[in-house]
Structure formats: structure tokens, C-alpha cells
Design a protein. Structure first.
Length: 291
């Protein structure tokens, strides 16, 4: 029950604020959101966030997930401070995942972008916006490897991951095309790591570690904002992993966002394919409130 408290609190606060917003004329400074994901392997994920501010923003978030085979629920708390101007955008992000299934991590990141505006905004024709951005993050992974007969003492394997990426989006004729690409580097040589710890069983088969070790990743997304209240999208993402022979993964997604005043609803579907494994399917749903 305790795991639901952040989500329930965010929902109740959102509805209360939405009612107050309807009674006044002030621009909304608060935005809250809740989301959920269900899918293959009895996967269940939940999340909630609360943001304050207009140009300068502060956002707190909470998320968790569990699935068949996990011994508990993995939880993550995050905090983001950002600035969103007419042209310049920038932000700092930090998160913490307490230990579960012997795995924990903490991360810190920064991002920035610049938006070029075209036309007078009254009669959109051709390119309306072009945004270019860059991002960096550092993640410290910690995996407790239990003692074995060959290695009688417990071992904490720590790996630092650095991600660097570029992003771009262009808006024209009510369509927004977004692309991003990133590269990950590590402070350990993965070719020698299994040999150095070859007596420790199943290190490279640990789901939390393998899924956290991408080498290259990229995505492309197309949004259609023809209608104010309904915006569909499609996207495709691919990830190549550092540890071999872990095969690359590809994700195809589709969904839509609906807006009714200060209330938003989101629905989505993800199909994940990875060579040698059955397809994984996930359904996403969420709601947001401004007040």
C-alpha cells in the first residue's frame, strides 16, 4: 500500500488544484501527472510527478516497477530544475534508485537546447520551429554479487556510465519530427570484465545490469498536432548493448495525447523486439493536470 501513496497523493492534489483553477483566472503554475504501464511478464510500472513554475521550473518525480522473476519493487525518485524560454532551454536532473534485487544506481545529468522560430505565427507555412539540443548524464551502477565457494566474500561491482547525445526537432504543417542519438562510455572494459570475475556466476545475465549497458541508441518520432484536443504520434527506437552477445533491441510505439482545458490524457502501445527472445508488448496510460 505504501508504494501507492505518492501516486494517490499526486492524483488528489491534482484534482483539488484543477477545481481551484476553474474558479480563478490566474495562469496555472502547477502541473501534476500520473502514469501506468502493464505488459509482458506481468510487468507493472507506475509513476507520478509534480512540477511548479512557468519559465523557471522545479519538478519532483517518483516511479516504480516489478515483473515476474523480480524479488521486489524497484523504485526511483527524481528531481529536475529547468528553464524554458522562447529560444533557450536548459535543465539539471538527478535521480536515485535504492537497492533492490541487489542492484542500485544514482544519476545526474544536464541538457540544453536552442529553438529557432520562423514566420509570424499567424499563418503557419513551411517550417515553423527548429530546435537543436545536447544532453549528458552520468550513472553509477552498483550490483552486489553474492559469495561463492570460489570467491567466499561478497563483492560490490561498481560501473560508471557516461551518456552523451544530440537531439533535433523540426515543426512544419502541424507535424513535428524529432530525432536523437546517444553514445555511452564506461569506466570498465567489458571484454575483460567477465574474465576477471568469471568465477562469479551469472554476472552478465543480470537483467538490471545488461539492460543498463547500452552502447549506442537512437530514436525518431513523428507527432501530428492538427487538432488542439487530439495529437497522435508514432515512434521507433533502437539500442545496441555493450555486453555481447546481448542482441540489439528495437521498439515501435504509437499513441495519442488528448487535452481538455487543464486536463490531459495519454494512451500508448509499445512493441519491443530482440533477436532470440519473444516480442514484448506494453500498454501505457496517463493523465496530467494544470492548476
Amino acid at each position: 500500500m505504501r508504494g501507492y501513496l505518492p501516486v494517490l497523493a499526486c492524483v488528489l492534489l491534482s484534482f483539488a488544484g484543477a477545481v481551484r483553477a476553474e474558479e480563478g483566472d490566474a495562469a496555472p503554475l502547477w502541473k501534476s501527472a500520473v502514469r501506468g504501464t502493464v505488459g509482458t511478464g506481468s510487468y507493472v510500472g507506475r509513476g507520478a510527478s509534480l512540477q511548479y513554475g512557468d519559465a523557471w521550473r522545479l519538478k519532483g518525480s517518483y516511479s516504480d516497477y516489478r515483473y515476474d522473476g523480480s524479488t521486489g519493487t524497484t523504485r526511483t525518485a527524481g528531481l529536475r530544475a529547468s528553464y524554458q524560454g522562447e529560444h533557450l532551454s536548459a535543465g539539471l536532473t538527478a535521480s536515485l534508485t535504492p537497492r533492490n534485487d541487489a542492484y542500485a544506481n544514482r544519476s545526474f545529468g544536464a541538457d540544453g537546447g536552442w529553438t529557432f522560430l520562423f514566420g509570424d505565427g499567424e499563418e503557419p507555412a513551411g517550417i515553423e520551429e527548429l530546435e537543436l539540443g545536447a544532453f549528458w548524464s552520468q550513472t553509477r551502477h552498483s550490483q552486489i554479487v553474492p559469495a561463492t565457494r570460489a570467491l567466499p566474500t561478497e563483492r560490490n561491482v561498481v560501473i560508471n556510465q557516461h551518456d552523451l547525445g544530440l537531439s533535433a526537432s523540426v515543426t512544419a504543417w502541424d507535424l513535428t519530427l524529432s530525432v536523437d542519438a546517444s553514445r555511452s562510455v564506461y569506466d570498465q572494459d567489458f571484454d575483460s570484465l567477465p574474465a576477471a570475475v568469471r568465477r562469479i556466476p551469472r554476472l552478465t545475465e543480470t537483467v538490471a545490469l545488461v539492460n543498463s549497458f547500452p552502447e549506442r541508441s537512437g530514436s525518431v518520432r513523428l507527432d501530428w498536432s492538427r487538432w488542439r484536443a487530439f495529437s497522435p504520434y508514432v515512434s521507433f527506437a533502437a539500442t545496441r548493448y555493450k555486453i555481447q552477445p546481448q542482441p540489439a533491441a528495437a521498439t515501435a510505439s504509437a499513441g495519442a495525447s488528448m487535452r481538455f482545458g487543464g486536463v490531459g490524457l495519454d494512451l500508448g502501445y509499445d512493441l519491443v523486439r530482440q533477436k532470440g527472445s519473444p516480442d514484448s508488448k506494453y500498454f501505457n496510460f496517463g493523465a496530467s493536470f494544470k492548476f
